[in-house]
Design a protein around this ligand. Structure first.
Ligand SMILES: *Cc1c(COP(=O)(O)O)cnc(C)c1O
Length: 366
């Protein structure tokens, strides 16, 4: 049996329907995984080959596999949404495919074509269609979160790009990222840590960036904050992004500003989509540098009326408070956050097929 060029090897032990339904009814985020995974192998000699969908399960890796020592790894995050008619769709996958190639180039990994990237999502979702939750209402933001990733699997401790690489896609049913509805989050402004530096890997979606952000995240939690915001590494002045989400600043006059991409910020698909939707709503999106002083002063004067973070997993999340070593800046977001809310609803309506896909952003998976 094959699906878009993928050999399908079904599991002999599919999850019991009752258990699967229980999981889909209370999935949280990233805790449970579907029955299968997609896999494509790459070797320097043979290129990409061995496309398959196989049972989900532990990988066998040699202890000397390069990824375990030198972190030659990249990943993506994208969701599958079930529409009211039962069909399953994903959102702008060619953007993720292109970003995955940009990440691959930076980490000296082989590039995967659009056909293989999107084909792997289709093959896995075709097999695990029953794992895509059916939202009972618009308030139930359930989806199947897809996690493509690529690892250097060659058994070799010398430092050079691996000659053997494996690409996988795993799938995890996801409930709304924040239980009990969207609540404003508090942000810790890290002064001890930087996420990315010019010439580094900031624009690549690689595990190393996340590993480097965890100490800052711990610091944030120690100060009672939910997430951490990073400033630029050179001047310690320009706001960049959170550990895994991009930032937007809404001004009273309708401008909506997001930090400009300079190589140290991850180019979010949500970020790009929000800019377009803002334009559609008659707002004026701007990509430019924004300093921490502008955030402080704008929040104090009320010129900045909302700040929100965005990304695939949590969609749009209002920021209620910015906390630093010697400061605590409250933002208007916790008593409204109207613009962010409107853009969030618009984006979700599009993704779930509840409004017309005027930008041609949806791709059918199953
Ligand atoms: C994935 C990611 C984002 C959000 O990107 P989306 O494509 O919108 O999901 C933002 N920042 C970082 C560091 C990320 O890894």
């Amino acid at each position: 049996m094959t699906t878009s060029g993928f050999d399908v090897r079904p599991t002999a032990h599919p999850t019991d329907t009752a258990i699967r339904d229980e999981i889909l009814g209370n999935s949280g985020f990233g805790r449970y995984f579907s029955d299968h995974m997609a896999h494509i192998r790459w070797t320097a000699d043979d290129g990409w080959h061995g496309h398959e969908v196989r049972p989900y399960g532990p990988l066998t890796l040699d202890p000397a596999a390069a990824v375990l020592h030198y972190a030659q790894e990249i990943f993506e995050g994208i969701k599958a949404y079930r529409h009211a008619d039962g069909s399953v769709w994903t959102f702008r996958p060619e953007k993720n495919a292109a970003r995955f190639r940009a990440s691959a180039r930076r980490l000296a990994l082989p590039e995967l074509g659009d056909d293989d990237f999107i084909g792997s999502l289709k093959a896995l979702v075709a097999q695990d269609n029953a794992w895509v939750p059916t939202p009972a209402s618009a308030a139930e933001e359930t989806s199947l979160y897809l996690r493509p990733f690529m690892i250097a699997s060659e058994k070799f401790l010398g430092v050079r790009p691996s000659k053997e690489v494996d690409y996988y896609v795993i799938a995890s049913p996801a409930a709304a990222y924040f239980k009990g509805g969207v609540k404003p989050v508090s942000i810790w402004l890290s002064s001890n840590y930087k996420r990315a530096a010019p010439g580094g890997t900031g624009y690549a979606k690689c595990g190393g960036n996340y590993a480097a952000s965890l100490a800052a995240q711990k610091e944030a939690e120690a100060h009672g904050c939910d997430q951490v915001a990073f400033l630029d590494a050179v001047e310690n002045k320009w706001v960049e992004e959170l550990g895994g989400m991009n930032l937007f600043f809404v001004y009273r006059d309708g401008r909506i500003v997001t930090p400009k991409l300079t190589g140290t910020i991850l180019e979010g698909v949500t970020r790009d989509s929000i800019m377009q939707l803002a334009r559609d709503e008659g707002l004026t999106p701007e990509e430019r540098h924004i300093s921490i002083d502008e955030w402080r002063d704008g929040a104090a004067s009320g010129e900045i009326s909302e700040v929100f973070a965005c990304g695939t997993a949590a969609v749009v999340t209002p920021i209620g408070e910015l906390v630093g070593e010697e400061e605590r800046i409250r933002l208007a977001a916790d008593n409204g956050g109207e613009i962010g809310k409107r853009l969030r609803t618009k984006l979700l309506d599009l993704q779930y097929g509840r409004c017309e896909d005027t930008h041609g952003w949806l791709t059918r998976l199953a």
